[in-house]
Design a protein around this ligand. Structure first.
Ligand code: FAD
Length: 564
């Protein structure tokens, strides 16, 4: 039907819930059209994203009564904590990815996957608009209808709109980024080894600048240092003296979210290793040759570089920003959800992982309600004991408060809230509820949202899958475990995050670990803990075996420095 080839044609496949419109291809081809599933009355769940949150949801979904469609431009799950190891070949890229089809195949459920990106969410009509990512016969666009939408699209690297970053820096977010960095590092060494270059030129080429002193930037700098010192020096002995690694951080310290002991250890170690850590140094512009920074003193300096890696946190994906505008959340960085991970202002859309955040305003409203409830005699005062109970209740309900308060004993917190009353241990004092509230709002202003980590995303995915597994049963038996909720009651317990600690690998087979109960461990023993945890957390036995064999290969033969 060549005469129809320029038309936009809408196909509706009733049972599968997928509508497809092809803009430049003949009708009748299989592109974009999913065969109808006659008589399929199951609720349609559409999952956007195959990262930590989306994959965890899919892995934990047990109820076969859903028709699940997964849309993601990546047909695999990537174990992101090992991405810095991919940049230098400690671990191979293919060892940390698992095809999503392999993961869902084992479920024996009604799950289909489309390799495409969603470019528009139409919450009113319960549809999403998608575009295939492969270019076979042009990119196909199609529409998927849903009953429930799970938004787990993650985030993108944040450039803060600093001029030149996008064009000149490398990012470390996706597997392709890590592979590109790996090639880029080898490129720099080969370039610097060419004849007829001055030492100044070679130095510039071998100057690696990492922007961002968070866990990813620090780990990459440490990996690069190990790679250069353990492997590269043997292959490029003439240029080894000219290599320099600089780490730029705008705040006063690197690894700001870690315990002070870890921060100090990391800074000392990097100094010993010859990594130039420049804190209080804010990047204002990046050209193809130089990075302009503004120091705390106001002085602007220029740093010539060979390769720059940008790792300064995350920003909102355009499709999420558009959706946020639609539902009146335009001013936020991430989609605001309630404690049940449902996007505020919608009734069947859930958001989890890096693209979502639990709404803080609602949290404060609930906290006020908890205060009032605790003040049983309406006296306007709470005893220290009651105050502690209130705080436990808040911490249980709101993990981000617990995270903020994690290093403080409850008695210290009461002290913190009411510093003037030093006899707080005697339980004899009474706290004025208004003072108490205002003190807690100070805590609130310092209180951080849940960190954007794989740990949070995976727990949210598992939590939501559990809700979906029991959704039907709960609808039939609504008297189940009902819980407090601002506007009424909810059939599921709210999401609660359990923090199991975090690692910061610092190179030289040393890792810093910050574990629950304020336990800090730094050194070689933590490196072994890191190996065990990361091996055990692999998504499949296949990747576990590959990762462990990569580590073994690296111990025996070193890293491969071929530029392929
Ligand atoms: P992602 O895992 O990023 O997944 C997002 C998914 O959405 C992807 O499949 C993507 O392809 C898909 N997607 C994107 N756009 C669209 C679209 N338009 N339509 C449909 N799908 C789309 N966390 C830790 O806890 N510990 C660590 O050690 C750690 N190390 C890290 C190291 C690096 C280098 C990086 C980059 C991150 C690290 N993190 C770590 C953070 C962790 O990776 C993220 O918090 C986590 O990936 C968030 O999960 P997510 O599912 O929200 O997003």
């Amino acid at each position: 039907y060549p005469h129809l080839s320029k038309l936009v044609v809408l196909f509706t496949v009733s049972g599968g819930g997928l509508l497809a419109y092809a803009d430049a291809s003949p009708i009748g081809g299989p592109q974009g059209i999913v065969p109808a599933e006659a008589g399929n009355k199951k609720k349609r769940v559409v999952v956007l994203g195959t990262g930590w949150a989306g994959t965890s949801f899919l892995k934990n979904l047990e109820n076969p009564d859903y028709n699940v469609q997964v849309v993601s431009p990546r047909n695999y799950f990537a174990f992101t904590p090992l991405l810095p190891s991919v940049t230098c070949g400690t671990v191979e890229a293919r060892s940390i990815v698992e095809p999503i089809r392999n993961i869902v195949r084992k479920k024996n459920m009604d799950i289909r996957y489309w390799e495409a990106e969603c470019f528009k969410i139409d919450a009113q009509n319960k549809k999403i608009y998608c575009r295939s990512t492969n270019n076979l016969n042009g990119k196909k666009e199609f529409i998927v209808e849903y009953d429930y939408l799970i938004v787990a699209m993650g985030a993108r690297s944040n450039t803060f709109n600093i001029p030149g970053v996008e064009e000149n820096c490398k990012f470390l977010k996706e597997v392709e980024d890590a592979q590109e960095i790996r090639r880029g590092v080898i490129d720099c060494f080969e370039k610097a080894s060419l004849p007829n270059l001055s030492d100044e030129e070679r130095k510039k080429i071998l100057h690696f600048v990492v922007v961002g002193g968070g866990p990813t930037g620090v780990e990459f700098a440490a990996e690069l240092h190990d790679f250069v010192n353990e492997d590269i020096v043997k292959l490029y002995p003439r240029v080894q003296e000219l290599v320099k690694i600089t780490l730029l951080e705008a705040a006063d310290h690197i690894l700001g979210m870690f315990d002070k002991r870890i921060t100090e250890f990391a800074e000392r170690k990097f100094k010993r290793d010859g990594i130039d850590v420049r804190t209080g140094s804010m990047v204002v512009k990046v050209s193809d040759k130089e990075i302009a920074t503004k120091e705390r003193s106001g002085e602007v300096s220029s740093i010539p570089y060979g390769m720059a890696v940008w790792s300064t946190g995350i920003g909102t994906r355009p499709v999420i920003r558009d959706f946020m505008q639609q539902i009146g959340q335009a001013k936020r960085r991430a989609l605001a959800t309630d404690e049940w991970l449902r996007v505020e202002g919608t009734d069947s859309i859930y958001a989890l992982g890096d693209c979502a955040t639990i709404n803080q305003r609602k949290v404060m409203e609930d906290i006020s309600a908890i205060f009032s409830k605790a003040d049983k005699d309406n006296s306007g005062t709470l005893t220290a004991k009651e105050a502690r109970e209130v705080i436990s209740d808040i911490c249980e309900r709101y993990p981000q408060v617990e995270l903020y308060l994690k290093n403080k004993k409850l008695s210290d917190i009461v002290d913190l809230l009411k510093e003037s009353k030093k006899d707080v241990e005697k339980e004899s004092i009474e706290l004025n509820i208004e003072e108490f509230k205002s003190a807690l709002s100070e805590v609130d202003s310092q209180m951080k949202n849940l960190p954007a980590t794989a740990q949070v995303a995976a727990q949210q995915g598992a939590y939501l899958a559990d809700c979906f597994n029991r959704m039907e049963e709960c609808e039939k038996n609504p008297e189940g475990p009902l819980r407090f909720r601002g506007t009424g009651r909810h059939r599921f317990r709210p999401f609660r995050y359990k923090h199991f600690g975090q690692f910061a690998p610092l190179g030289g087979e040393q890792t810093a670990a910050q574990l629950p109960w304020d336990w800090v461990s730094i050194g070689h023993s933590s490196q072994w803990l890191w190996y065990s945890v990361y091996a055990s957390k692999q998504v499949s036995w296949r990747t576990r075996t590959l990762v462990i064999s990569d580590w073994t290969r690296r111990f025996i033969f070193g890293r491969d420095s071929s530029r392929i």
